[in-house]
Design a protein around this ligand. Structure first.
Ligand SMILES: [Zn+2]
Length: 320
């Protein structure tokens, strides 16, 4: 990506450095005293019915890269000194009426093609380990042609969920909430975590989550009107973050939860990310924490897959 194509829209560097410093300074205290759960919010959550599934989908996990982070910063204050392995993955969904990707995560060469667009020091914090399996190669390994993908649905527009678009035909549309499109692309500068390069010259098909509450989530959209793919509101990490609730052909119910949490441990312990990295990458910390409460309140039988949760994603992949 030539500098002249993106320079004017890039996130400025110095404000980013200052935000990193503030997040670092706030972190030690929170590791000792993590944010307390909001018991009143938990008590107020409803458990609305899921639309009955009249179809099922086939789910294929495309693991593309790994990285690691201290467990105690992924789930703030978790009493562990261990590094947690994280994944970057795409998900292929095959519905009777369409084949699509949730989170076309990474392209090949993402370190050179996308990460340089992010301001210092963000690439140092978020770069996946090498090698990275590009989206086209991941699909080719399963004999899936790029031209057979009908559309993509990002759980949100951070770089690590859309960089694979660089390998998909420009004719493949991106379906997403209008609020997410406006947040990522409407302002003068890209928000921290957004690289606009992979989003250029794409077709966007925006929608509003105007369907009824589903489970503990206040808004939804039944994508095919058959209960098999229901989008739910996971706002907080970004304004238009969504979860994708699937009726899978093995009889399970899986919620692809994007980055609402990075690990299942956050849901179990009811912990947000530590200030570093949460203050950088969660657009609205209070809303993000409320969403974790909604995930915590889900009934048994809903398998929540955080997009970066290596243990959960690899276990899901092993079943298919
Ligand atoms: Zn992510």
């Amino acid at each position: 990506m030539p500098e002249s194509d993106t320079g004017a829209e890039r996130t400025p560097t110095w404000p980013t450095v200052l935000r990193c410093c503030a997040a670092l300074a706030a972190t030690p205290g929170r590791l000792l005293r993590p944010r307390r759960p909001d018991r009143a919010l938990l008590a107020s959550l409803i458990d609305a019915p899921i639309p009955q599934a009249r179809n099922t989908i086939r789910l294929t996990v495309l693991e593309q890269a790994t990285m690691s982070a201290p467990t105690t910063i992924v789930a703030e204050g978790a009493r562990s000194l261990r590094e947690m392995t994280l994944t970057m993955s795409a998900f292929l969904i095959e519905h009777p009426a369409a084949r699509f990707l949730v989170d076309p995560a990474l392209c090949s060469g993402v370190h050179d093609r996308v990460l340089p667009e992010l301001p210092f020091p963000i690439p140092l914090l978020v770069a996946p380990d090498k090698p990275v399996l590009g989206l086209a190669d991941a699909l080719a390994a399963r004999d899936i042609g790029l031209d057979t993908i009908d559309f993509v649905i990002p759980t949100h527009l951070h770089w690590d969920h859309v960089s694979g678009l660089l390998e998909l035909p420009a004719s493949v549309p991106i379906r997403l909430p209008a609020v997410e499109h406006e947040w990522a692309l409407g302002g003068t500068h890209a928000p921290i975590g957004v690289a606009r390069g992979p989003l250029r010259e794409r077709t966007f098909d925006t929608f509003t989550l105007d369907g009824p509450p589903v489970l503990s989530f206040p808004r939804s959209l039944d994508l095919f009107d058959d209960g098999s793919v229901v989008l739910v509101d996971l706002a907080g990490h970004t304004p238009g973050s969504i979860g994708v609730l699937l009726a899978v052909d093995d009889g399970t119910r899986v919620l692809l939860a994007g980055d609402a949490v990075w690990s299942r441990l956050q849901i179990e312990l009811l912990r947000e990310k530590a200030p570093m990295p949460g203050q950088l990458f969660d657009a609205d910390r209070d809303a993000a924490f409320a969403t974790i409460h909604r995930l915590h309140a889900l009934p048994d039988g809903i398998e929540v897959i955080a997009g970066h949760d290596y243990a959960a994603v690899t276990a899901l992949a092993a079943r298919r």
